[in-house]
Ligand binder design. Structure first.
Ligand code: SF4
Length: 513
């Protein structure tokens, strides 16, 4: 190798990954006597652009409101392009160079192959086009899977789609239904519709009737089909545990070292001295190396060997604990504040309502994880306004929120509506969850589903149409009859015991199965 080669620093542009806020920053944009800045500020349109120049080269850029030219500014900076010829029009972006506004497609076409398109994963234009042509990719999901472009925050999705149009021409149709996976040409919605319409009640029946291209499906379609069948036929379909991901198969969360973490349910985040003693005893007995309080107001025990899980659950079960479903595409937690029982500002019994919701809804499977919270007043100590479903208690009743996010995406909730009583709050939350269960695509969080079907449509069905709401509620209640079984106690009693046997005691014949 070249022993004289030295590390060369390169600035990485940053995009703020907050829904609804477009912010791009690059390089050095501090003031200085040797620098000039060009500023465009349009307050009413919410647009601010400020490239910073030194010796006719870009050294930094801030874009707010309109960030589509971020890749272009980055490229100019990286290549130290002399911008003196285009200084008058620089601020208007790449489309305006040459004197006349260009088609935005032409602007993307003009980007060099090494222009960075996806800042999160460092993917450049040439790599994306190479993958589209070389691997025959035709959908955005394909491009995400093969290049990682647009697979994280998604803010470069528009650029990636333009590259797809440039490369594929009319054959790229973003409105076309995306197949569930390569085993079928059908999309999730069509499969869900046909499962109901044709009365399909097993995975083999779905695959046969809907002409699956593979004999057994794949890791994408099997968990999805399993969920759709559990949701649509709660009393008839026998859950296929082999179609679940590892965490749902063993009812614990696998960790990076192959051990597991266990989170018992603590209704509404409330615990007691006897529960804490039982947890402490389990920690001592099984020499659990890490105990952690979670963001959902639970206690997480980490570093448990798989073969110890049933014994850990047996001890926890004796203390009255059931699974906290911290691993499930299902109801995870209902976080609460202390509410009117303890807090001077509390308007309602937020703790009591949270516990009631959790006891009513635990065990239910959903398309993706569901986290809830109840705050006793608008001070919102339980952080209900970034949850999948949240309640803010007020003097006049319960304000129900939904479709928040606080992970890779950050998004405040939408207001579903205000109801007067706890009973009404429960009915509306249950109905909303059932609507989501019946309509969302597998792995689609509530905020993504709500964006797809429309906030107003959800409000219309849940707030305005009492008959529909009641029907959703009843269907949820029916399905809970079959769902509210503690998976930990089932496994303590021997269910799926081969899963928890140490590898050394599994014979070769079994291991090969
Ligand atoms: S949200 Fe309101 S009621 Fe609940 S703890 Fe905070 S201040 Fe008290």
């Amino acid at each position: 190798g070249d022993e004289t080669a030295a590390f060369v620093h390169s600035d990485t542009p940053t995009k703020l990954k907050v829904t609804g806020i477009e912010l791009f920053s690059l390089g050095d944009f501090a003031d200085g006597d040797d620098r000039q800045e060009i500023v465009l500020r349009d307050a009413s349109a919410g647009v601010y652009k400020r490239p910073v120049l030194k010796d006719d080269r870009i050294i930094g850029t801030v874009l707010y409101g309109e960030t589509a030219d971020g890749a272009w500014f980055n490229d100019l900076k990286k290549k130290q392009t002399d911008i003196s010829e285009m200084r008058d029009t620089l601020i208007f972006g790449q489309s305006y160079q040459g004197g006349a506004p260009l088609d935005p497609m032409a602007a993307v076409a003009a980007l060099p192959d090494d222009a960075e398109i996806c800042g999160c994963n460092g993917v450049c234009k040439g790599k994306i086009i190479g993958a589209i042509t070389g691997k025959g990719l035709t959908s955005l999901d394909d491009v995400r899977a093969h290049t990682k472009a647009s697979a994280s925050c998604g803010s470069c999705t528009g650029l990636v789609e333009k590259l797809m149009v440039l490369t594929l021409g009319d054959t790229y149709n973003p409105a076309a239904v995306q197949p569930m996976c390569s085993c079928t040409a059908l999309g999730h919605d069509e499969v869900r519709r046909l499962i109901k319409a044709k009365g399909l009640k097993t995975i083999p029946a779905v695959m046969q009737e809907l002409e699956w291209k593979t004999s057994c499906g794949c890791a994408k379609c099997r968990p999805a089909l399993n969920y759709y069948l559990v949701c649509d036929w709660p009393d008839e379909y026998a859950d296929d545990y082999q179609s679940r991901f590892i965490n749902e198969r063993v009812h614990a969360n696998i960790q990076k070292d192959g051990t597991y973490s266990v989170v018992p349910r603590m209704w509404g985040g409330v615990t007691s001295a006897s529960e804490l003693r039982a947890i402490a005893d389990v920690v001592d007995k099984f020499e659990i190396p890490m105990v952690k309080v979670t963001g959902g107001q639970r206690i997480d025990m980490l570093g448990i060997r798989k073969e110890d899980l049933p014994a850990v659950w047996a001890d926890l079960g004796q203390a009255g604990f059931v699974s906290g479903h911290a691993y499930a595409k299902g109801l995870r937690t209902v976080k609460t504040c202390v509410g009117s029982d303890w807090c001077r500002f509390g308007t309602q019994d937020s703790t009591g309502l949270g516990i009631r919701i959790e006891k009513f809804m635990w065990g239910s499977w959903t398309p993706a994880k569901v986290k809830m919270a109840v705050s006793g007043c608008p001070r919102n100590c339980a952080e209900a306004t970034c949850k999948d479903v949240g309640v803010i208690c007020v003097d006049s009743g319960y304000e129900i929120h939904f479709a928040g996010a606080a992970g890779l995406d950050i998004k405040g909730t939408e207001v579903l509506g205000l109801v007067r009583t706890e009973d009404e709050a429960l009915e509306h939350i249950v109905a909303l969850t059932q609507m989501y269960r019946e309509q969302a695509r597998y792995l689609e969080r509530i905020y993504k589903w709500a964006k797809r079907v429309g906030i107003e449509e959800i409000k219309r069905q849940i707030m305005d149409d009492g008959e529909k709401r009641r029907a959703y509620y009843e269907r949820f209640v029916f399905s809970q009859k079959f769902a509210q079984v503690d998976p930990w106690s089932e496994r303590v009693s021997g269910k799926d015991k081969h899963e928890f046997r140490p590898m050394a005691s599994v014979g070769f014949a079994e291991a090969a199965e």
